[in-house]
Write a protein that binds this ligand. Sequence first.
Ligand SMILES: NC(=O)c1ccc[n+]([C@@H]2O[C@H](COP(=O)([O-])OP(=O)(O)OC[C@H]3O[C@@H](n4cnc5c(N)ncnc54)[C@H](O)[C@@H]3O)[C@@H](O)[C@H]2O)c1
Ligand SMILES: [Zn+2]
Length: 368
Amino acid sequence: MSDSPPGIDLMQTLTVNLGDRSYPIYVGDGILSKAGDFLQRAGLRGKVAVITNPTVAQLYLDTVHESLSGAGFDVTPVLVPDGEQHKDLRSLSVIYDRLIAERLERQSCVLALGGGVVGDLAGFAAATFLRGIAYVQLPTTLLAQVDSSVGGKTGVNHQEGKNLVGAFYQPRLVLIDVAVLQSLPRREFIAGLAEVIKYGVIEDPALFKLLEEEIGKLTSLDRALLTQVIATSCAIKAKIVEQDERENDYRAVLNFGHTVGHALEAATHYQKYLHGEAVGIGMAQAAAISAQQGFCDQRSLERIRKLIKKAGLPLEIPREVSMQNLIQSMEMDKKSAGGKIKFVICTGIGKTRFHALSPGEILTALGA
Ligand SMILES: NC(=O)c1ccc[n+]([C@@H]2O[C@H](COP(=O)([O-])OP(=O)(O)OC[C@H]3O[C@@H](n4cnc5c(N)ncnc54)[C@H](O)[C@@H]3O)[C@@H](O)[C@H]2O)c1
Ligand SMILES: [Zn+2]
């Protein structure tokens, strides 16, 4: 790309094509310290509110602040507490208070520096403040880099459920620096890999094969490989979002492994598993159901199970989780309509179809 700043090795650029809301994603090693240049070249000016949390701020805020100031931006850091329990209306209110106190205007922008929690919060704040100002995603977890920072789903939790308040609102720019994964706790990194494996299963046999061959190199954080795998993952998500931005239909394919995964998270009160770990189990079980229903061959099922295991993710539903609890959680899932769930079936590596199944049928298929 000729309009991107120099000095970033092996950088990959892609675009999410959504008409006048299209935006670029840059993936590379060392992008953080050039954030100011990227924002400037994207046509942004003036005030920037950097939304982050104390954990990420301690590691990366100075670098981002310096880069933005150096490019002429007027920077306001806004810290929200770390943790999913703080993805709520209260944190949102703290953000609005600061944006108002610092007199951000329609031309100002918000930058999300953190994982999916910060990204969802900052995106929703940007979607609603002054009826919408520009925002930039600078995701710092693997999950946020390959999933939540792309596609424009923003929002907060409500005590009655996750992500109940939100908006579809696309960022102006996504900046992915693979170097920040160095400081990410290993368990978080492995959990993020579940979404990468998901992309291989639903869309991309070549990505799946690459993961089978190179998962060790990936978990040892080889930066060139990370750049390639993250860019490929983002490209797959972008392609799906381009076809169905508001999840009327096809975007639901991204829920592969998530029906059982979400139910397991809920049944274990969001305490036992990170999201990606539950999705690891959910994908293994979804593949088993796909085979059991006659859609998926045994060899593909074995390859999926083997890769999930090799990545260091769990495969089995633990015995202490009651099947009754799982059914209840599935019935509560907003994706179920008319008693049946639009279950994402895998019909081989890289291929899917939807199949309507009731929670009871899902559990029977699981052999419960
Ligand atoms: N918008 C979407 O499309 C979408 C998709 C998937 C998930 N999500 C949301 O994303 C959230 C989960 O995101 P997450 O998994 O990134 O969790 P998270 O944001 O809670 O981050 C996990 C932990 O890692 C820390 N951290 C972040 N970057 C770090 C780094 N580079 N080094 C060290 N520590 C770091 C965070 O402070 C946090 O403690 C959920 O709220 C989920 O609903 C949204
Ligand atoms: Zn997920």
